[in-house]
Design a protein around this ligand. Sequence first.
Ligand code: ADP
Length: 450
Amino acid sequence: SDRQRNAVEALINEFTISPQLLQDVKASFMEGMKKGLKKDGETMAMVTSYVMGRLDGSEVGSYLALDVGGTNLRVVAVHLTGGGEITTSQTKYRIDEKLKVGEAKALFDFMAVCVDSFLDEHQIVVRGDTQFELGFTFSFPVLQTSINRGTLITWTKGFNASGMVGKDPVAFLQDAFNRRHIPVRVAALVNDTVGTLLAHAYNHPDTCMGVILGTGCNGAYIEKMENIAKWKGDASAKEMIINMEFGAFDKERQVLPLTMFDNKMDRKSVNPNKQILEKMIAGMYLGEITRNVLLNLIDRRLLFEGCISADLNQMWTFETAYMSTIEADNSATLHATRKILESTLSFSSTTMNDRQIVKLVVELVGKRAARLSAAAIASVLDHTGDWKQKAAIGIDGSLFEYYPSFNTDIMDGLEEVFGPTVRQNVSIGLAQDGSGVGAALCALLAAKYT
Ligand code: ADP
């Protein structure tokens, strides 16, 4: 109907990142990077990771990695055998929602218990009084003060355990190990973006950036020491990896085109008014934004004849994974979309027109996320000039891995900014298991600095 067409038209206007807007976001993002490099406490924290120097794939050794910061907690044993060769074994543990928002001590005790049972399960034992070296991937904004020290700036991604902000996560973890006599030393505190960069670099030495597009979103890149104005430490190294914490971008709401659907989701999140860019890009949020748009169309009787299902009526029930399936659904009857709506979300029936509208909404929310990711990556490539030469970008996370159009949309966005040469120079690749291997590599590098 005309009303439907008008509503769809309005949504397209609201959600489209035009080429001009992409440039504006990029310009503002680059300003934000410069501010964060000058001093602490800026919107984009631009955290100095204390990781200096590059890898060439020749590194060898055995390390443990513990990855906390997303949907699952993972313990990984990593064996670097040189020549870019790696073997890993890992176990995932589900973090109970109660632990995420309970007392910090209980959360860290749980981490220690997971590492302990991992060692049992894999029959890993230490000889004598030696200790395992562990790389701790703790993927929250942390102000790092050494390779294995830092303080939590704020929780994100649904975590909000009490008594942690301003404290050192390594001290909490080491304490939990010591209390249980678990022979593990936390050698490095690693952000997942830094780990992803390092892991990708082990196989692609020209890696200049690591990006996470999973539960949350963030990036790290290699910066010249002379550009890090706030750095007061040893400046003998030429460069250092910067963990940007770019999910926090535009707290001031100056450039990002937030819709009422974003604001509604933000208000109900555990961290309202924070992580504005992350909430427009990351896997934790895209489904909920889509759900908010669908509810609005239903309330205006423009979808499903104004009827809602009990399932869709609940917050967070429209999973971002459904969006991947719906994007990929090119069948004549949109039968995969139908299955999600009717079988998973228990709508009693849907029309072809309903399913087309749902698919369109999904595509709008997904494309906006991918183009904003492109703006962030383009900012870094422009800032460093790395787009002019051969450069690799490692990206980890289910959103990038499974969302059908993400990779293409990012490359298209980069071409829009830099022209066609960027396709020859810059490669974007899935950096699988970045946080495990990267944390191990970071623990290895840590030994060089201490
Ligand atoms: P994490 O970032 O927590 O380490 P993942 O990289 O697996 O872990 O990211 C999990 C996020 O990815 C969740 O927010 C989930 O909604 C989203 N996700 C999971 N599967 C898919 C999929 N098939 N398509 C798009 N997003 C997905």
